[in-house]
Design a protein. Structure first.
Length: 77
């Protein structure tokens, strides 16, 4: 009989990397961009594939694609 580790099965369900949506505010010209997060923090990310003024998916400090421009709501629980 094979044993299964329930903890390992649970960990497999959780994403290992965090995906962030940010607004692209500037292209630096050296394959990096400035991106503004929801809290106002500005970070430098790799890749220049998204135009200034658009939203982008960022994974591990690199732009992975254009994010849809959807309304954002903040709800306190």
């Amino acid at each position: 009989m094979a044993t299964t580790n329930i903890w390992q099965q649970f960990k497999a369900l959780i994403p290992k990397d965090v995906r962030i949506v940010a607004n692209i505010t500037a292209k630096n010209g050296n394959s990096t961009c400035q991106a503004e997060l929801r809290d106002g923090l500005v970070i430098t990310v790799k890749e220049e594939s998204v135009n200034v003024g658009e939203k982008a998916f960022i994974l591990d400090g690199e732009i992975k694609g254009t994010a849809p421009n959807l309304a954002e709501y903040e709800v306190e629980v």
